[in-house]
Design a binder for this molecule. Structure first.
Ligand SMILES: Cc1cc2nc3c(=O)[nH]c(=O)nc-3n(C[C@H](O)[C@H](O)[C@H](O)COP(=O)(O)O)c2cc1C
Length: 170
């Protein structure tokens, strides 16, 4: 699949069915994430690989989206390191680049994917830190889940909006 095709075909999959993923596909998704651009190439993140999504169940009260993940062979928690680049605070941007690369890689490989946002200082964020033993100075930033699509979407219409484009200046 071509990159532009993967970009156009990616969608937030909210219906997954039970199934497995090849180990090499999991690895390819993780590797795509770690191939993302990063400020000063500091790559201020760690990735928690979750192959037993049942561990997330206690947090469903604070994040209902988790209810969609229980059939999925792979979820990934992107944890940012507050101490790498502390003054430049590019951790969020770096983490988002990792996430998008993983979503596109999963699309390319034929899997469904969903991004579950983590609100700063939320009960959900604290719960993730506790369950996964995240050390001080690190914080859960983005949770992604990957699996077998139980819904299929037509390639979506373009979201290009001319009104949002400002040529030269606002
Ligand atoms: C930062 C961020 C947080 C998101 N959090 C959630 C979430 O908690 N639950 C969910 O179902 N989708 C979540 N999404 C997915 C968006 O709802 C989705 O990308 C958007 O509606 C556009 O649809 P599409 O991904 O199918 O193109 C999130 C996406 C982003 C970028």
């Amino acid at each position: 699949m071509e990159t532009l095709k993967a970009i156009a075909s990616r969608f937030s999959c909210r219906k997954f069915v039970k199934g497995t993923m090849k180990e090499e596909d999991k690895r390819a998704i993780l590797e795509a994430g770690m191939s993302a651009p990063s400020a000063m190439n500091r790559r201020p993140y760690d990735l928690i690989v979750i192959e037993d999504p049942e561990v997330l169940r206690p947090l469903e009260g604070s994040k209902p989206t988790l209810g969609l993940f229980y059939d999925n062979p792979l979820s990934v928690l992107i944890v940012v390191d507050e101490e790498k680049n502390p003054k430049m605070e590019f951790q969020e941007q770096d983490a988002a680049a990792v996430a998008e690369n993983m979503l596109l890689a999963a699309t390319d490989l034929g899997y469904g994917s969903l991004w579950a946002g983590i609100t700063e200082k939320s009960d959900f964020q604290a719960g993730l830190a506790k369950i996964f033993g995240i050390p001080a100075g690190h914080r859960p930033a983005i949770l992604l889940s990957f699996g077998i699509k139980g819904e299929h979407k037509e390639e979506r219409p373009s979201r290009y909006e001319e009104a949002k484009i400002h040529h030269g200046r606002w």
